[in-house]
Design a protein around this ligand. Structure first.
Ligand code: NDP
Length: 334
């Protein structure tokens, strides 16, 4: 079977492409330039998985019919391309590619995706929650209706993270609405993966790791801050399983290991002996934070994911160990 992966050179997508190839699928990966296509080809050739990888240039996902050619002949689609950076000013800079890119790939699947059986879209927990003022457990029934409103009200004064959240919400909403309207014309259904913060182990060697944070910012307040997380490998696996499991059709599915407070990452890093990065002194932070009750402000119901996908998530310790070992390997190879 052949899977079309959009934004294939991205942080999560590189892992998804890796898993698809490793499991014997053929992959057609869309990227924005020849350079990125070459980067992908070189990388997957270097690990012996390049044979079944085909790259396809889609320069501008906003353009009408951008994916018309790319969807031809594929059995499934994983739409992963979406913009994020911290300097966004004009909300349209995110909203347009997020929404039109998502609806656009579905339009192309209606038009030319004769063989497509399922489309999986990378949404986000950003489409589920807006930051709560008290500890809250969210589920797939929740929608972040606040961020799109804030963007409407605040225009170019909207903070970048809010613009991003709105873009993910509107893109996912757009996808469900579009599929609902066209479901009688197509033989494919839709599944959506909603990850929270994704850590770490970059396979594209470019994306800065959010797990660097405890190494830079060690105030007690910062290290008590909480959220939910998922290992990038499990996020990628979620997409593979969402294409393989028939019960995933028609579902949005939160994929998370669970909650964390930042001090827990430092505790995990300091508990690994011998340290994979022994030349660096790891900060200890404020271990006393972990003596109290752990308060996770944003947590998620995992029951649908466990029932349908059943991922055995990497733990904080496993992810930390693998990440530090990866840092060490790269430091040595530089
Ligand atoms: P990356 O930035 O590493 O990858 C994003 C991909 O989308 C890249 O291929 C990028 O292309 C492409 N892209 C970005 N903007 C555009 C655009 N305007 N037009 C066309 N392509 C574009 O991000 P991640 O791997 O982290 O994210 C992948 C998906 O996962 C996204 O949908 C994101 O919203 C979602 N997600 C990520 C989370 C995280 O913590 N990382 C959490 C939850 C969801 P290029 O390389 O050319 O810029």
């Amino acid at each position: 079977d052949k899977v079309l992966v959009s934004g294939a050179n991205g942080y999560i997508a590189m892992w998804a492409v890796y898993l698809f190839l490793e499991r014997g699928y053929s992959v057609r990966g869309t990227v924005r330039s020849e350079d990125k296509a070459k980067f992908m080809k070189d990388y997957f050739n270097s690990i012996g998985l390049g044979d079944k990888l085909e790259t396809f240039i889609v320069e501008d996902i906003v353009k009408e019919g951008a994916f018309d050619e790319a969807v031809k002949g594929v059995d499934a689609i994983a739409h992963m391309a979406s913009p994020f950076h911290a300097n966004v000013k004009d909300p349209e800079e995110f909203l347009r590619p997020a929404v039109q890119g998502t609806v656009g790939i579905l339009k192309s699947a209606v038009k030319n995706g004769d063989k497509v059986k399922r489309v999986v879209i990378t949404s986000s927990c950003a489409s589920i929650m807006s930051p709560p003022d008290k500890p809250t457990k969210f589920s797939e029934l929740d929608w972040n209706t606040l961020s799109p409103k804030q963007v409407e009200e605040q225009g170019s004064n909207t903070p970048p993270m809010t613009i991003y959240r709105a873009s993910k919400t509107l893109a996912e909403k757009g996808a469900w609405e579009y599929h609902e309207k066209h479901k009688n014309e197509v033989q494919w259904d839709l599944a959506v993966i909603n990850p929270p913060f994704v850590s770490t182990l970059p396979r594209n060697f470019e994306n800065p790791c959010w797990a660097d944070k405890p190494f830079d910012d060690s105030t007690k307040e910062a290290l008590s801050d909480s959220n939910s997380w998922v290992d990038v490998r499990d996020t990628a696996l979620g997409h593979v399983l969402a294409l393989e499991k028939s019960e995933a059709g028609g579902e949005r599915i939160i994929t998370t290991e669970g909650g964390y407070i930042w001090q827990e990452w430092l505790a995990a890093a300091n508990s690994i002996s011998p340290s994979p990065i022994s030349s660096h002194k790891l900060p200890v932070g404020h271990p006393e934070i972990l003596d109290g009750t752990r308060v996770i402000n944003i947590s998620y119901d995992k029951s649908k994911e466990q029932r349908i996908l059943g991922i055995k998530f990497h733990t904080k310790l496993e992810t930390t160990k693998d990440t530090l070992e990866d840092f060490a390997r790269r430091a040595i190879s530089k």
